[in-house]
Design a binder for this molecule. Structure first.
Ligand code: SAM
Length: 280
């Protein structure tokens, strides 16, 4: 096994493209990723897609109490099962598709504590749906440090006026404080992906700062950004109609100019629109 924990035999020329396999080897990058969302010592951490285990090893070195690794590729899952930490129960390996995992159940089975951190270099094809699920998750989910293609990280962290601002940013800001910790060029990975990557850090908001009706917020944001070049009075008209609302009156009741566009609305304005829609 290599010094950083990655097994070279498993990484050499055997990456599976369909599983988004691009591996990190630099110990400094792995440590920065492990600590991007703050200290991990004594915490329960979920890692999706450990692959050959570079980040897994970094997390264990930094003192994670219980590490829960979910890996789709049986080659990597069974190699991780042989780690001494798996024998002692500090590392729990679950082989399967992360999109199908019942997270609270898995944390309980592993003997972990909540809120659990989620720290992962995510496979590109499932990164966005997993992040959306975790944003919508309950109190079991703690701080997240997620490596994505840079564009997805930007879409999570964006604010009004940014070309990346959209449904994902509205959801992210409803329940977390998101920011981009650092970006990496394709050459940091083996094999290199086609685009830059970035680590998005999402720190949960205090319960009193959170907006809990994410289903309505998502519906409103999807409608508003679905036709992002249109004025809000037009973009929101079809959704308003489903509740017999007049879009202009709805916007004005929230103190929003009906001729504004979605990309200028603040988080607070989206929350007002969602609350008024839910109450209508
Ligand atoms: N953590 C390693 C690293 O940083 O070097 C590997 C990251 S690689 C970008 C993504 C990993 O996710 C691969 O090991 C791949 O097999 C795994 N993977 C892909 N799809 C998955 C899924 N649906 N559920 C769980 N793991 C998945």
């Amino acid at each position: 096994m290599a010094e950083n924990g990655a097994d070279p035999e498993l990484t050499k020329g055997r990456a599976r493209k369909a599983l988004g396999q691009h591996f990190l080897h630099d110990p400094d990058i792995l440590r920065r990723t492990a600590l991007a969302a703050g200290p991990v010592e004594g915490r329960t951490v979920i890692e999706v897609g450990p692959g050959p285990g570079g980040l897994t090893r970094a997390l264990l070195r930094e003192g994670v109490d219980k590490l829960i690794a979910v890996e789709a590729d049986p080659r990597f899952a069974s190699a991780l099962e042989d780690w001494p930490e798996a024998a002692t129960g500090r590392l729990t390996v679950h082989q399967g598709d992360a999109r199908k995992v019942n997270w609270p159940e898995l944390i309980a089975t592993a003997g972990g504590t909540t809120p659990a951190m989620i720290i992962a270099n995510l496979p590109y094809n499932v990164g966005t749906p997993l992040a959306v699920d975790w944003l919508k998750a309950g109190d079991w989910r703690g701080e997240m440090a997620l490596m994505f293609q840079k564009e997805v990280a930007e879409r999570l962290a964006a604010g009004p006026g940014s070309p990346h601002y959209g449904r994902l940013a509205v959801l992210a800001h409803a329940v977390t404080n998101p920011h981009i910790a650092f970006t990496l060029p394709p050459g940091a990975f083996k094999p290199p992906p086609k685009v830059d990557s970035a680590v998005a850090v999402l720190v949960p908001l205090q319960p009193e700062q959170r907006f809990d009706d994410l289903a309505t917020l998502e519906k409103v944001a999807a409608a508003a950004f679905g036709q992002r070049r249109k004025m809000l009075r037009a973009a929101l008209k079809p959704l308003a109609k489903t509740k017999g609302l007049d879009a202009i009156a709805w916007l004005e009741s929230c103190g929003i100019d009906p001729t504004a566009r979605a990309e200028t609305l603040t988080q607070d304005e989206f929350r007002k629109l969602a609350t008024a829609f839910a109450e209508a």
